[in-house]
Design a protein around this ligand. Structure first.
Ligand SMILES: Cc1cc2nc3c(=O)[nH]c(=O)nc-3n(C[C@H](O)[C@H](O)[C@H](O)COP(=O)(O)OP(=O)(O)OC[C@H]3O[C@@H](n4cnc5c(N)ncnc54)[C@H](O)[C@@H]3O)c2cc1C
Length: 273
């Protein structure tokens, strides 16, 4: 059962579902007077593979975000604060924060991959991002979520956003990884969160999950997953994102933004150097 979390007080209920959510959704704006760095405590760590892990932290009541957004998080490394963009995995109604991370690719992850319960994580209170349902035009029946590697992270939050789920008839999440062990959250996704009855009820007839293991010979994500009347969100490496733009444009779709909604939105899962 979900823990109840409402930054501005009270317990949110929605159409009989006992899934709590914040009243008076404050978007990604931090509560007033909270522009300083937040310090959260790690409360759970899960190593999926030697390449990927996830961790849960406490969540300050002032920390607000929209599903699909990323925050700047980090730690002190060699006496300096190293902060990096991280998509938020947990739903906006949870009283904790969760992140999915790559291991040992640079200064932050060399340290973060060894993090244990009780460690401190730094967090800037302002979140942002383009993977927002409000950047998509209304009227789509199917939402297609395309992710490579840790690009899955924002969609774990998206698929547990009650308003968003209710706006679509079907949500198809496609996750591509190199090795089977990197299929983070596969059980939750395959079973439509069967261990969480209210969430399962919401998702069981809507969520379709396709896992592709390219190292085992599965084909990569390509245009076959998209139809012209879909709404599409994609999060992956730079080349993948370029490809998705091309596939969507070939179907006559336009890219959505905060200025003008469209049929698809994309976000980088990391910055190539
Ligand atoms: C919008 C956005 C959201 C992001 N969300 C996440 C997230 O949810 N989880 C996450 O692990 N990272 C995410 N990143 C990447 C993250 O910001 C850091 O780059 C990553 O944590 C590595 O930090 P570092 O200091 O160890 O190495 P860096 O110096 O930042 O990176 C070193 C190199 O490692 C590679 N790399 C970095 N991150 C990844 C990755 N996730 N997968 C594969 N290769 C990578 C790149 O080639 C990069 O140039 C995101 C990046 C952006 C721009």
């Amino acid at each position: 059962m979900f823990k109840k979390f409402c930054p501005s007080g009270g317990i949110g209920r929605h159409k009989g579902l006992k899934i709590p959510r914040p009243y008076g959704h404050a978007g990604s704006s931090p509560a007033s007077g909270t522009n300083h760095m937040l310090k959260e405590k790690v409360i759970q760590v899960n190593h999926w593979s030697d390449r990927t892990f996830s961790f849960r932290t406490t969540r300050s009541e002032s920390f607000r975000f929209n599903s699909g957004e990323f925050a700047m998080i980090g730690q002190e490394v060699d006496g300096k604060n190293v902060l990096r963009a991280y998509s938020i995995v947990s739903p906006d109604w949870a009283d904790y924060l969760e992140f999915l991370s790559i291991k040992d690719v640079g200064p932050l992850t060399n340290q973060l991959s060894k993090v244990e319960e009780g460690a401190e994580v730094l967090l800037l209170p302002k979140c942002t991002g383009t993977l927002r349902d409000t950047f998509l035009t209304e009227g789509g029946k199917r939402l297609v979520l395309l992710a490579t590697g840790t690009g899955l992270a924002p969609f774990m939050s998206t698929i547990r956003d009650i308003d968003l789920v209710e706006a679509y008839d079907k949500i198809h999440l496609v996750h591509s990884v190199r090795d089977r062990d990197d299929l983070a959250y596969w059980y939750e996704l395959l079973s439509a969160f069967e261990d969480e009855p209210d969430l399962h009820e919401l998702l069981k007839n809507k969520l379709e999950y396709t896992a592709l293991v390219t190292g085992a010979g599965d084909e990569r994500i390509d245009a076959r997953f998209i139809q012209s009347d879909d709404r599409v969100m994609a999060c992956g490496n730079l080349q993948f994102n370029y490809d998705v733009v091309e596939w969507c444009k070939a179907l006559g779709m336009t890219e959505g933004s905060n200025r003008e909604p469209g049929q698809f939105v994309i976000e980088k899962a990391f910055v190539d150097q």
